[in-house]
Write a protein that binds this ligand. Structure first.
Ligand SMILES: Cc1cc2nc3c(=O)[nH]c(=O)nc-3n(C[C@H](O)[C@H](O)[C@H](O)COP(=O)(O)O)c2cc1C
Length: 233
C-alpha cells in the first residue's frame, strides 16, 4: 500500500462492447471502494480491459516478452495490493484471452495477493466456472482468494434477480466485504513487518511475528474456501 492508499487493479476479460463483464467489474469496484471506505482507506482503482491488449498479448506468447501496453498492464497487476478479476464464460471456462494474460504474469509477484474472482455467462448453469476454472488458476498463482466469487448470468442484468443475499447485489456486497477484510488484514500484517523492532520484541515475548500473522491469514482464507466448497453441514 502506497502511503495508506490501496492500489486496486481490476482485470476485465470481456470482449463485447458494451461488455457485461465490464459492468460487473464496475459494480464490484464501487462496492469494494465503499467497503474499504468504512475503514477510511483511500482506494486507487485501475481497470484493465484485455480486449484492448489482444494483439499485444498474442504477440507476447510467441516472442516471449510483452510489448507496450501489455507490459504496463502486467506491471500494474504484479504491483497491485489487490485484484478483482472477471472473465466471460467461453465454452464452460474462462476466455482464452483471460488465460493468456495470466500466463504472462510473474507467479512470484502474485503470491499472497488478495483476489476477488468473478465471471459472466449467458446461462446461470455455468456459475461453477468460478470454482472449477478461476479458483484453481488463482490458487496455482498462490493468491489468497475471497471465499465468495460473483457470477452474473444474462438474467441477472434483466432485472430478474431475487431480493436479498442470493441476488446479484447481495452477492456483490458479500464478496466486497470479505475482500475488504482480507485487504485490511494484509495491510496490517505488512505494517507490522515494516516495524522491525516490534517484530524482534515479538520474537522474545512469544507473540506471533508479522510473517506468522500473514501465514495465518492465508490459511484462514484457505479453510474458508474449503468450507464454502463443502457447503452447509
Ligand atoms: C465463444 C463463446 C462461448 C460462450 N460460451 C458460453 C458458455 O459456455 N456458457 C455460458 O453461460 N455463456 C457462454 N457464452 C456467453 C458469454 O459468456 C456471455 O455473453 C458473456 O457475458 C459475455 O461477456 P462480455 O459481454 O463481457 O463480452 C459464450 C460466448 C461466446 C462468444
Amino acid at each position: 500500500m502506497n502511503g495508506g492508499a490501496v492500489r486496486l487493479v481490476a482485470v476485465n476479460g470481456g470482449l463485447s462492447e458494451p461488455s457485461s463483464t465490464r459492468m460487473l467489474i464496475d459494480r464490484l469496484t464501487v462496492a469494494v471502494t465503499d467497503a474499504l471506505g468504512e475503514g477510511e482507506r483511500v482506494v486507487d482503482v485501475q481497470v484493465i480491459d484485455l480486449r484492448d491488449l489482444a494483439v499485444d498479448l498474442g504477440r507476447a506468447m510467441t516472442v516471449g516478452f510483452a510489448p507496450g501496453q501489455a507490459r504496463a498492464a502486467l506491471d500494474a497487476v504484479e504491483s497491485a495490493d489487490a485484484l478483482i478479476v472477471a472473465s466471460p464464460v467461453f465454452n464452460a471456462s474462462y476466455s482464452g484471452l483471460f488465460k493468456m494474460f495470466f500466463d504472462l504474469v510473474d507467479v512470484d509477484a502474485m503470491s499472497g495477493k488478495p483476489v476477488l474472482i468473478a465471471a459472466t455467462g449467458g446461462s446461470p448453469r455455468h456459475s461453477m466456472v468460478l470454482d472449477h476454472a478461476l479458483r484453481p488458476l488463482f490458487s496455482y498463482l498462490r493468491t489468497v482468494i475471497v471465499p465468495t466469487g460473483v457470477y452474473a448470468a444474462s438474467e441477472d442484468w434483466a432485472g430478474a434477480e431475487s431480493a436479498g443475499d442470493g441476488g446479484l447485489s447481495g452477492r456483490i456486497d458479500r464478496a466486497a466485504s470479505e475482500f475488504a477484510e482480507l485487504i485490511r488484514l494484509r495491510g496490517s500484517s505488512r505494517e507490522d513487518s515494516s516495524r522491525q523492532p516490534l517484530r524482534d520484541d515479538a520474537l522474545h515475548n512469544g507473540s506471533p511475528s508479522a510473517a506468522d500473522v500473514r501465514q495465518q491469514t492465508i490459511e484462514a482464507a484457505g479453510i474458508a474456501n474449503f468450507a464454502r466448497l463443502l457447503g452447509p453441514s
